[in-house]
Design a protein around this ligand. Structure first.
Ligand SMILES: [Zn+2]
Ligand SMILES: [Zn+2]
Ligand SMILES: [Zn+2]
Length: 364
């Protein structure tokens, strides 16, 4: 079951602009436009890159963080059983028996575990009960966040994502599985202990629907995957690349919605995250960890969110989608213009942000 979104307006606009290509890089002159409107090649969404009032890359990250760590002695996730968390659905151990990662149902879930969707229509309105699965994926060390982990530890998180995905994807109430991570109170992390979350839900989110439709339309017109086109172009031209290896690429997207936004994706076409192979997880961990670490250093430990966008598991095929991770550091808050129009204003060019992140990686 899909949530309907109308994105036709944006897609039509995209068709007109596709021909014009990328704007040329010029020296800044007097009277030059103060901003650029850039369009997302996948969704057709517009963003504003406010070049005129752009900040220098080292001017970001000068703010006070809200502290949300109440201390390891009060932490609910040090010994989840002792603090009354739900039973583990997955646990990994080291050779000496100590656990390294565990997954259990969220104690305060947003969806009722395993319930079947039931209609709750109200006159002209459509509704159903919130059935699904809401789980937390917890790593052992209270103080070691992903940006500081070894590649093998990061790869283990992707192991857990894949294991849980494969277990839940064929359940009756599940048509989409969201995998995401909040770091810092400002990014929605209510518990400081490092943890990711999984929500397996009966509906497909409007944002994913927009990406699926965009990828389908692009393929219809060009016979190419839009994400492969983006990844090939970025890898060839390098100016927005943060880091890459043979299998994965991380870059600041052309139409970045926020300053220092990063996308990480497999270079080889791949619609389904859950089909990732073990050797690929280490390659992914290499690119993902370096990118996250560089953004944390560049922005002085910012709050951030990341999430995986992958094909729905609703029984249909999505051959033209291409899974990816989006990393969004919190560098600005939405104000009236963003809320009214849905158009975001980014105060640094993605090319400048990527160059800065590359220099952080090269100097570490
Ligand atoms: Zn803890
Ligand atoms: Zn592709
Ligand atoms: Zn996406």
């Amino acid at each position: 079951m899909n949530i309907n979104v109308s994105s036709t307006g944006a897609l039509e606009q995209k068709e007109e602009i596709l021909e014009s290509g990328e704007p040329e890089k010029k020296e800044k002159k007097k009277g030059e436009p103060v901003s650029e409107l850039r369009q997302d090649l996948v969704t057709g969404d517009w963003v504003v890159i406010a070049t005129g009032r752009a900040k220098r890359p080292d001017e970001f990250g000068q703010y006070e963080r809200i502290k949300n760590d109440t201390g390891i002695e009060n932490c609910l996730f040090e010994d989840p059983k002792a603090t009354g968390q739900e039973e583990d659905v997955l646990i990994y151990h080291r050779e000496d028996g100590e656990w390294t990662l565990r997954v259990f149902p969220n104690k305060y879930p947003a969806f009722s575990r395993g319930a079947l969707p039931k209609n709750l229509d109200d006159g002209p309105y459509f509704a159903m009960n919130g059935s699904g699965y809401h789980e937390v994926i917890v790593t052992r060390d209270h103080y070691k966040h992903i940006q500081e982990m070894e590649d093998a530890e990061v790869a283990e998180i992707f192991d857990a994502f894949q294991d849980r995905y494969l277990d839940l994807m064929n359940r009756k109430s599940v048509n989409y599985i969201a995998l995401f991570h909040n770091y810092g109170k400002e990014a929605g992390a209510s518990i400081a202990h490092p943890h990711s979350q999984l929500m397996a839900i009966p509906v497909i989110s409007p944002y994913i629907k927009q990406e699926l439709d965009g990828a389908e339309l692009y393929h219809k017109k060009s016979r190419h995957c839009v994400f492969c086109t983006i990844s090939d172009h970025e890898s060839e031209h390098k100016k927005r690349v943060v880091f890459e290896n043979e299998d994965f690429i991380a870059f600041c997207p052309f139409s970045s919605r926020v300053a220092f936004e990063i996308w990480v994706m497999p270079k080889k076409h791949s619609p389904y995250f859950e089909r990732i192979k073990n050797a690929e997880k280490l390659k992914l961990a290499d690119v993902f960890k370096k990118s996250l670490n560089s953004v944390c250093k560049a922005l002085n430990d910012p709050p951030y969110n990341f999430y995986i966008h992958t094909s729905p598991c609703d029984g249909k095929d999505y051959p033209h989608f291409h899974w990816h991770i989006e990393i969004l550091p919190h560098t600005a808050t939405w104000a009236g213009f963003e809320l009214e129009t849905g158009i975001e204003i980014s105060t640094i060019q993605p090319e400048v942000a990527a160059e800065y992140l590359r220099s952080v990686i090269n100097n570490s």
